[in-house]
Design a protein around this ligand. Sequence first.
Ligand code: SF4
Ligand code: SF4
Length: 216
Amino acid sequence: MKPEYHYRFPNPNDFADMIVDLDEYWKPVLHICDAVTAMEGNGPTQGTPKHVGCLIASKNPHRLDVLAASLIGLTPSDVPTIAAAVRRNLTPESVDEIEIAGDWKSFLQEDFELIRNRNSLLFVGGNNVFGRTVRGAMNACLASKPKVKTSACVGCGKCRDICPAHTIAIKNKKAVIDRRHCIKCFCCQEFCPVGAMGVHRSPVAKLLTHGKESSK
Ligand code: SF4
Ligand code: SF4
């Protein structure tokens, strides 16, 4: 149901709140993060494998996430699900306030390739008409979009079938995106079996992020 929920909650902060809602509803008893081989660079599937050699387990998923984020140098405000959990007092904000068994600092990744989140680049203006207009324009300029690598596409139709906005068609055995209805959830990229769905970044985004930006 993930693609459907992307469609229902296109705002990343709303989506993060929904994820935290799910965990609160189901209350799994144990959470495990396999960080033996992590991925740095542009997710969700096009990054570079990196050996970290770490396995984390916790009864509290949000405390686990704070630790995992801290290992690679992310702060809670970088990760919407952690920020949502902090707002609800489900986890402390700092890893220093969490009781951790084991020498976690030996797994710290000093040189992990971090991708700046588009939200961190947005102009923080007032909440008046001018501020909202400028933020909207900046958002449109910085937003990444899915882009089909035509030579790699095998026309299997998986992206068309998974797209929650139903905005992908297969024409002449190649995927074609109607961008007018795309909500930029990147499920198409995640599910493409041959890596033929790439990420298009605007020249403005490349300039501001030195060519690096999260796809989500
Ligand atoms: S899933 Fe990938 S290979 Fe299949 S049609 Fe879409 S872009 Fe092409
Ligand atoms: S085209 Fe891709 S990014 Fe856009 S809505 Fe469909 S699955 Fe999401």
